[in-house]
Write a protein that binds this ligand. Sequence first.
Ligand SMILES: [Zn+2]
Length: 527
Amino acid sequence: MPSVAESAPADIEDIAIPANARGYIAVRGRVVYIATGKENDVLVRNYLSALMRQRVDFEKKFVSVAEIAKITETSQTRVTHTFTERDCIDLIKKAVDTQASDIHIHNHMNSSSSTILFRVNGSLREIMELSFDDGQSLCRTFYGPLASVKDTEWQPSEFQDARVAGRSWFPEGVYSLRIASTPTDDGSRMVIRVLYDVTSAAKQEVSGIEALKSLGFADIHIDAFQEMMGRPSGMNIFSGPTGSGKSTTIKYELERVMRRHPDLHLITVEDPPEYPIHNATQIPLSGVMSRSSSGRKEGYSDRIRASMRLDPDLMMIGEVRDGASAKAAIEAAQTGHKVWTTLHANNAWDILDRYESLLEDVGIHNSRSLLANISNVSGLIAQRLVRKICPDCSIPIEDAIRENRMHEDTLAQLEAVFDDMNAHNIRVRGDGCNTCQGHLPVDERRKDPNRGISGRTVVAESIAPDFELMEMYRREGPGEAKRFWAEERGSKTYIRHAIEKIRDGFVDPESAITVVGDLTWDYTQQD
Ligand SMILES: [Zn+2]
């Protein structure tokens, strides 16, 4: 980013050439070229004195007007290109240093400015402001020279996707970048998701079950995962909104399976691959990325079918996102494969409803008995990520109430779910300390939305369906099956899991409510 420090000499690019003088001034490297005969022109003199005032190191040369035009043309492409590419890389390094999951670039035409924000632990924070042109040029470079899989050029007025993978300049721990861009009412917004390879087996300090526990899963979920793994075939379907950590869970789980069964062949079909999975054959959809959205749908389900001919034992399908991929995934399970995949649904039970309606879209009616078959569906999981409290500055709830820190509605919910709040170790986030904010300069700490927070943890629900449960689902419908699962089997919802983490002082009540919704809500009691 161009910046002129007060004491240091400026860079030559920081001093703009006056617009009306572009025909007879050009800059390349540290040389200022001036058209012969223009040395006393007022604009030239103003420009040269600005350079001297800013103590820029430069050299003058006099050339013809034709030569000025040639230099302007070549130096512009060269300068803007390399200048912003370096900036993109610096920006990614800065994001990785703060463990940001996303970089947002919001270009506002009305205020002719551009805002850069980082998402850290789920919260967005403004990092810097640029001119509209610099913001646009940053987007163009992220999308253009840096991206490996993309449509064409960056177009601020189009919805676009791209990917940057396997670059030597990636900071340690980064696997790939996923870029999405959209037009807005006054410009455009680009979001760059940083995909970290923090979970790779080689880098993991813990593995297998311990790794799943470190994400925040409880014993009840681990037992369900074990059962799912023991089934010879069927789909394990994970749900949760974007950014709820489901890809990370799947990666941990698949690496655990592959370590125990190195003789099995795992194929992944993803758009694009999010994480490297040790020992897997990972198939990207890059070949069909550039087609229209209907072409992409066909390409996706075709790729799933094609990979079934590559002799897999286990398959991971990035996402069931339409009727065609829903049909292809269940076909893989019906032909005896174990399949891991994701689908957008509100909770683990809603996965079945959602799956039914996707199959309906491709003319498969009454698919309930197909899904109630435990050879086809072996696991249903829903998860969210909630923010953990920094233990070193957290505050006991009694103190927070006394200091009037609690939102009325939050307190009402806590009182409804806990008979006696003082009987537990409920804590709320504090005002920040060296443990949770040590990485930030002191003057930035107060406005940091993550003060008092140290990372995130999973809250989840898992169903490893058995014959009895699925028979109930098939014959009596989801309402009865949910109640039976919660009451007779003692299973718990992800909201219940969040309540337990609040009770034990791991999770901030207010932040948890933002993610899981009303703590008093129990969907297993609804039809
Ligand atoms: Zn702290």
